[in-house]
Design a binder for this molecule. Structure first.
Ligand SMILES: Cc1cc2nc3c(=O)[nH]c(=O)nc-3n(C[C@H](O)[C@H](O)[C@H](O)COP(=O)(O)O)c2cc1C
Length: 306
């Protein structure tokens, strides 16, 4: 009798949203695949709900890739896995700190070298730069990124921003009279079980190069052109602020709180001003430089690293 394929799932989740997504994606495989879960646990937990200042104070080290550490993994680093599902969320246009800590670890280098990896994201809607960074880590470790699945909150950008901040700061996810529920829409989560079919096929045929195109035919990654422009503007600003804030001290340092507060106020103004501007400029760019922007969108939807 053939052995069942072995899948390792590495993930971190604060609210449980990402674990629910993982469970729905993998549910159809429960009886045909051996699944091992490795939950990443920060040495000192990140709070939920967040204090406002603490939330923004987490930006510099997230953007600069100097994350808080995680506890040692429980999985046997020498165990065989046919596939690794790396499930993560973007924080400040970067991989969340526990994800970055994992990707920088010796354990990840041993676990992921030569492995087939699918990335699975549960995000608001700004995940491109985070995924580029993850692609870079995987490439340097000699892992093979064979698929990407991205679940986003499909509400308009400013609406999802308001609902996610309410969720993050007050722990309130539910809809109000004026606002929808925060996070990835329930229907998106439930229907993510459609991705199990192509994953099962790839585990059986080993034709890994066919996997991402098959996932794409099921709309595994959808991307609005204006978000490409918004993220490019955003990440430059974040890098500037990360350097400016961390020049005054490490996470939580008293001396940097004035700068954190400045960043906090300007960020929200920036997003509210930039969102409509980038919507207009992407409309113009879409007409004037249609091919260039389309190439960008196609690139970000794919699994190659340029
Ligand atoms: C500190 C922080 C920063 C975040 N930054 C982003 C971001 O840059 N882009 C994005 O799409 N979502 C962002 N989110 C939303 C998360 O990606 C994620 O969807 C949400 O936190 C729920 O994830 P969970 O599975 O950890 O509960 C951020 C969340 C937190 C807590």
């Amino acid at each position: 009798m053939n052995e069942r394929p072995k899948v390792l799932v590495v993930y971190y989740t604060q609210t449980g949203q990402l674990k629910r997504i993982i469970d729905h994606v993998l549910a159809p495989l429960a009886n045909s695949v051996d699944i091992t879960y490795e939950e990443l646990v920060p040495v000192q937990p990140f709070p939920f709900p967040w204090g406002k200042q603490q939330f923004y104070d987490t930006m510099p080290e997230t953007v600069q890739d100097t994350p808080r550490g995680i506890r040692p993994l429980e999985v046997d680093l020498n165990a065989h896995f046919d596939l690794v599902l790396l499930a993560y969320q973007p924080w400040f246009l970067s991989p969340s700190q526990p994800t970055a800590a994992f990707l920088q670890s010796e354990a990840a280098a041993r676990l992921l070298k030569g492995k087939q990896v699918i990335t699975l994201l549960g995000s608001r809607n700004m995940w491109l730069n985070a995924q580029e960074r993850v692609k870079g880590y995987l490439h340097r470790m000699g892992a093979n990124l064979v698929g990407n699945i991205v679940l986003v909150d499909k509400s308009p950008n400013l609406v999802s921003l308001i609902t996610i901040l309410r969720w993050a700061f007050k722990g309130k996810k539910e809809a109000t009279r004026f606002l929808p529920q925060a996070g990835v829409q329930e229907n998106e989560i439930i229907t993510s079980n459609r991705f199990a079919g192509p994953i099962a096929t790839a585990l059986e045929t080993r034709k890994w190069q066919d996997l991402h195109p098959q996932l794409m035919s099921l709309d595994a990654v959808e991307l609005l052109p204006n978000l490409v422009l918004l993220e490019n503007n955003g990440i430059s600003a974040f890098r500037f602020w990360a350097k400016f804030i961390s020049a005054k001290g490490g996470p939580g340092a008293e001396a940097r709180q004035g700068r954190v507060t400045m960043y906090r106020s300007l960020l929200l103004v920036g997003i509210f001003v930039l969102t409509p501007i980038t919507l207009i400029s992407s409309f113009i760019k879409l007409n004037l430089k249609r091919n260039e922007l389309k190439r960008e969108v196609d690139y970000y939807k794919g699994v190659t690293l340029r």
